[in-house]
Design a binder for this molecule. Structure first.
Ligand SMILES: [Zn+2]
Ligand SMILES: [Zn+2]
Length: 292
């Protein structure tokens, strides 16, 4: 049975996400290492951000051990765009991503999920080159670090790359240290990008394609989200499990597949409550039912 968790808030301290995960009966948790919509680094490279306080990272690690929350991962800031051809944005993105990996390392987090990047006005080919160069510089700047970048497949909204499995494969194939990269598979993004998952036949075909191009062995995490929008819409809108266009069958196929047995899987579905119960609790319960 895969480890199940959700993306949870670090408001009040990193350990709060761990406590919330335990209260919800989860096995694992995903967090941001800083505000996702604010830069962790200023425009001027001379001003380095402050490292995390040791009291905060220790409390996070202690809570994980005490509450038996395993394999925590981090999701990087949405502002980071290694695909940018604007040197000020690309350079700032690289510094911000470096900070994210350093923070993850301090927190004892192994995987940092990254949307590969967007062309944002430039060509796709140039953006791919920018991303490869960014990942190579990141790896060169952090030779000893355990924390790894997990490239996430995207919905292909706007000029975002990484929605085709071919693009993920190309990025991994072109970096100097491919073994320092893993992949996080998001069900909503894959479906929005045009990969069907609902019938057993579609599910098997989609993962056969993923395995052929990227490799199942590169999968280190999954994001379990239903989709508000239809197959191939290329619009990234997450929905509660079983209440979107993907439907609950797809999650049952994934959760029962032996190849994914040891993977951590995270909900990134909408927050809030339904009939007095947290949506995260409702979605988690449904996943456990679908896995049984
Ligand atoms: Zn995701
Ligand atoms: Zn998304």
């Amino acid at each position: 049975m895969p480890l199940l968790g959700a993306h949870l808030s670090i408001a009040g301290g990193f350990y709060r996400a761990v406590e919330a995960a335990a209260e919800l009966g989860m096995d694992t948790v995903q967090v941001f290492t800083n505000s996702p919509s604010q830069w962790s680094v200023g425009p001027d490279p001379a001003n380095a951000p402050r490292p995390l306080a040791e009291a905060d990272t220790t409390r996070f690690r202690d809570s994980l051990a005490r509450l038996r929350i395993a394999q925590p991962i981090a999701h990087s800031s949405y502002l980071i765009n290694l695909g940018s051809s604007q040197s000020s944005i690309w350079e700032r993105s690289l510094r911000a991503l470096k900070v994210e990996l350093e923070r993850a390392e301090q927190l004892g987090i192994r995987g940092v999920v990254l949307h590969p990047g967007a062309a944002a006005g430039g060509s796709d080919e140039q953006a791919m080159e920018n991303i490869v160069r960014g990942l190579d510089e990141l790896h060169a700047a952090l030779p000893e670090i355990q924390a790894r970048v997990l490239l996430e497949n995207t919905a292909g909204q706007g000029s975002c790359l990484g929605w085709r499995f071919e693009q993920l494969a190309e990025l991994i194939g072109r970096v100097s240290a491919p073994d320092r990269l893993g992949v996080c598979f998001d069900t909503c993004h894959a479906f929005a990008a045009g990969y069907p998952l609902a019938t057993r036949r579609d599910f098997l075909a989609t993962f056969r394609e993923f395995d052929r191009l990227v490799g199942i062995e590169r999968l280190e995490a999954m994001h379990l989200n239903d989709s508000k929008r239809e197959l191939g819409s290329r619009v990234d809108r997450h929905e509660h499990i079983g209440r979107g266009k993907i439907g609950s069958d797809a999650f049952s196929h994934i959760l029962r597949d032996k190849r994914f047995r040891d993977l951590p899987m995270y909900l990134e579905t909408p927050k809030g409550e339904h009939e007095g119960e947290a949506w995260d609790a409702i979605n988690l319960r449904l996943l456990r039912e679908l896995a049984a």
